[in-house]
Write a new protein. Structure first.
Lengths: 612, 226
């Protein structure tokens, strides 16, 4: 190793203006990396409990805060789903529940799970915790704004939950909030409930914009030396692209929520046509409910990918680490993420085939929907080919990953059914749709979240979660989820409609009673099984095995901090210098079966890195 | 733009696992684009806000009542005075940017004050315009033409107020600095100047749409969408 290399290795992370040297002589060294262009960041270090753990500017703490609040909100969503299943499976035990309650639970469950749980957890939770660590930054570029982003989310959740305690209760218009129903008397929560929902969504979008700004600029402008975009782990690519999507799709939700609030509060008619109520013409007129549907689904469909893309990225990394192989087709995986992101803005009206829109639109959106299956299938093939002949560790993390692949393929295939107009029309508003989207954007991303929790928990807490409990957690969830959603496909085929409080007396409904009872029991068990994870976390925090540095022997930067868990600022005195991508596993000629991103080429000179 | 596209596709074509590519990648020094973080933030906000305003415009086009004269608001003189005030703001910001580039610092402070003063004047005149419309009986609930106008101007005003918040922070720092040190704030001032230009363009686009879209174009759009 040359003297020059040693000199370069100790260059501190300063701006290039303040560093001299590193000239042409150094350029011949295989380990040479140019001085940093990104200047050192001034960080605000909290000194009190409040500034360290409550109003904290450290992205990792903010990530954990997002994670905890999103999980709390998700538990409320879970409890609401239990109540719905109680009514559907055992209505005689749910005497306390009126039809209004049921519709409110359906609405709040949907909105909570999609926006306040999955989106917040993937982007706010994993985004904050992982982005700075994985790109080699000390923190997000605007830490204060990042903190405000979380507290906006906190207020948004508060406002949403407050709607349970206002006159009329929360809105019961379905998570799609379609007007005119959402704001007309007769729909539960048509006064305060829908207003609080709209205000909460506006606050959520405003808060997310502040966070999203941070994620994008940190990824684009604050990476460490040697970390090119194409050396980033796919997790970062997934979160980055999902954030771009969110920045372009959330405005539609914001505009829709704002205009509906005005329709409700001031009496404007953006979405309200002329309406006759009990023989009396209301003051509304001239608006279009279909306009709201377009706005909602212009947000709603990219939202599916806002959840799915980070999941794709994370699962790619988990599969690579735990099968000890480089991810198959890295470039293709990046292209697929970017391609899916772009295409996701051209498929929204496949949610509106029965809305009465122009049939040519149906043709167009069915075509784009099928096209988006191509990059998605590419990803599935690449995950399988990564596993192919890999040195697979069949641990809890890998089980969740395998569960994800199977579930995602299942949900994806039923999506091809629903993407075609002629098949969708009879299946529209049936339990087939419920089964499809719960598989593809409920259970599948949840499996990635669980895999990610088991994988990165040692980085957060410095201790390993219990594997035995993890496997119990996985198998109950996996088998239970299929017990819930497989029968639902059948219910949809026989025409059982969604969003019905009770099924009335009819021959085909009676035949579904037994199946509804079975589904409900499975739902209670799967929900309860999630508390195994909480028990595991509490147990691990008390008596868990210390993880040490890099327990999974991973290549990516987040495991290479001087201390585990990483301190504020992540990297001690010197920022890391990246020499390779994040997937050099099982490289022929290497001493170990992984070469970290910061290992200089001179230390692995005899390996065949490029042939892996 | 072409260099951006080239950069994007060039980046996606890289093979990071190859030895030759590694030698190129090792030269990477941290940034993707040679712009400040503040400018990056403004550009991202452009994207977000453009989406918001585009959707408001779409809603406007979707629901204009057939009997409404779409150039009604354009006939109000105060609107054009307001537009002139926005032009002044953009002009002064442009001057600040140029002065910073050329290191002429003696007028920056006055121009920063002018920007704030004209921006507040714009907001004040906008409220007067609202008052005028309301006294004439054109409320937010009158029809979707006026609803869209009020929503658009409110969102535009909120964007302007957001800009003025940062203007306040930056100008308070400038007042504390010596003339030669203004350059310390150049990243912030450039970013803010671009932001104001964006708000001016949005303003012009909305009123251009009001002017251009007549009944036949509206009917064609409705037929296409419905």
């Amino acid at each position: 190793m040359s003297e020059e290399f040693n000199d370069n290795k100790t260059i501190q992370a300063q701006s290039s203006e303040s560093i001299s040297g590193g000239g042409s002589g150094a350029a011949n060294d295989i380990d040479y990396v140019r001085p940093a262009e990104v200047g050192e960041q001034d960080l605000y270090h909290g000194h009190s409990f409040i500034s360290k753990w409550v109003f904290c500017q450290d992205a990792k703490v903010i990530g954990v805060q997002y994670f905890l609040l999103a999980t709390f909100t998700g538990i409320i969503g879970l409890i609401l789903s239990w109540l719905m299943r109680l009514q559907l499976g055992f209505p005689e035990l749910a005497g306390f529940m009126t039809a209004e309650h049921y519709y409110q639970f359906v609405t709040m469950h949907g909105m909570i799970m999609v926006v306040y749980f999955l989106t917040a957890l993937f982007l706010g939770g994993f985004g904050n915790f992982l982005i700075p660590l994985m790109v080699g930054a000390r923190d997000m570029v605007f830490p204060y704004l990042n903190m405000v982003s979380f507290w906006m989310f906190f207020i948004a959740v508060g406002v949403l939950l407050a709607s349970f305690f206002v006159p009329g209760g929360p809105t019961g218009s379905g998570w799609t909030l379609y007007p005119p129903q959402a704001i007309l008397e007769g729909t539960p929560g048509s006064g305060w409930g829908i207003m609080l929902m709209c205000i909460s969504l506006i606050l959520f979008v405003a808060g997310f914009t502040m966070g999203g700004l941070n994620y994008l600029i940190t990824v684009l402008q604050a990476r460490t030396r040697g970390m090119t975009l194409m050396r980033m782990p796919l997790t970062v690519w997934g979160i980055f692209t999902a954030t771009v999507l969110a920045m372009l799709a959330f405005p539609a939700l914001l505009v829709g929520a704002l205009m509906m609030s005005l329709d409700n509060l001031l009496g404007t008619s953006f979405f309200m046509p002329t309406i006759l109520k009990a023989g009396e013409v209301l003051e509304y007129g001239g608006g279009s409910p279909i306009l709201f549907q377009h706005l909602f689904w212009f947000f709603g469909h990219p939202e599916v990918y806002i959840v799915a893309l980070p999941a794709f990225g994370i699962v790619s990394d988990l599969i690579s680490v735990h099968s000890r192989k480089n991810i198959f087709g890295y470039r293709m995986m990046v292209w697929a993420i970017v391609g899916i992101g772009a295409l996701s803005f051209f498929v929204w009206a496949h949610h509106m085939y029965v809305s009465g829109m122009n049939p040519w639109f149906g043709f167009f959106f069915a075509t784009t929907t099928l096209i988006i299956a191509v990059p998605t299938a590419m990803k599935v093939y690449n995950w399988i080919l990564t596993l192919w002949r890999g040195n697979i560790r069949l641990n809890t993390v890998m089980l969740w990953c395998l569960g994800f692949i199977v579930t995602f393929v299942n949900g994806g295939i039923t999506g091809i059914f629903l993407g075609n107009v002629t098949v969708d029309v009879p299946l529209s508003d049936t339990y087939f749709v419920i089964a499809h989207f719960h598989m593809v954007m409920g259970i599948a991303p949840l499996m990635v979240i669980m895999g990610a929790v088991y994988h990165w928990f040692p980085l957060v807490a410095g201790r390993m979660l219990d594997e035995g409990l993890g496997k119990w957690h996985f198998w109950i969830t996996f088998l239970g989820a299929y017990s819930i959603y497989f029968p639902m496909h059948y219910l949809g085929f026989i025409g059982v409609p969604r969003r019905y409080f009770e099924m009335y007396d009819s021959p085909y409904m009676t035949s579904a009673v037994g199946m509804n009872e079975f589904i409900s029991i499975a739902a209670f068990i799967v929900g309860a099984a999630q508390f195994i994870l909480f028990y595991n976390i509490i147990k691990t925090l008390k008596v868990g095995k210390p993880s040490g540095h890099n327990p999974w022997k991973a290549c990516s930067l987040e495991w290479l901090t001087p201390s585990v868990p990483p301190e504020h600022g992540n990297w001690g005195d010197k920022l890391p210098i990246v020499h390779r991508w994040a997937y050099d596993y099982s490289v022929p000629g290497a001493k170990e079966d992984f070469i970290t991103q910061i290992t200089p080429p001179s230390e692995v000179a005899n390996t065949e890195v490029e042939k892996t | 733009m072409s260099s951006l596209i080239k950069k994007l596709f060039g980046t996606l074509a890289e093979k990071p696992w190859e030895e030759n590519q590694a030698l190129i990648d090792n030269k990477h020094t941290g940034k993707t684009f040679e712009i400040s973080n503040q400018m990056s933030a403004v550009i991202i906000i452009f994207g977000f806000s453009t989406a918001i305003f585009s959707l408001v415009f779409t809603a406007y086009l979707y629901s204009i009542p057939p009997e409404q004269d779409t150039t009604f608001i354009l006939k109000n003189k105060l609107l054009w005075i307001n537009t002139l005030v926005l032009i002044f703001v953009t002009y002064f910001f442009n001057k600040i940017s140029k002065d910073l580039k050329n290191n002429f610092t003696n007028k920056i402070k006055n121009n920063v004050i002018a920007v704030g003063a004209f921006s507040y004047l714009f907001l004040f005149l906008q409220v007067i315009l609202w008052y005028q419309l309301m006294t004439e009986g054109h409320f937010v609930t009158t029809n979707s033409y006026f609803s869209s106008y009020y929503v658009f101007t409110t969102l535009h005003g909120i964007h302007l107020l957001g800009g003025l918040f940062f203007w306040g922070k930056i100008s308070s720092r400038i007042f504390k600095l010596k003339e030669k040190e203004y350059v310390k704030e150049s990243n912030n001032l450039h970013a803010l100047s671009i932001y104001w230009l964006f708000l001016f363009i949005v303003w012009l686009v909305f009123f251009s749409i009001m002017f251009i879209y007549n009944d036949s174009v509206i009917a064609w759009c409705k037929e296409l969408i419905s």
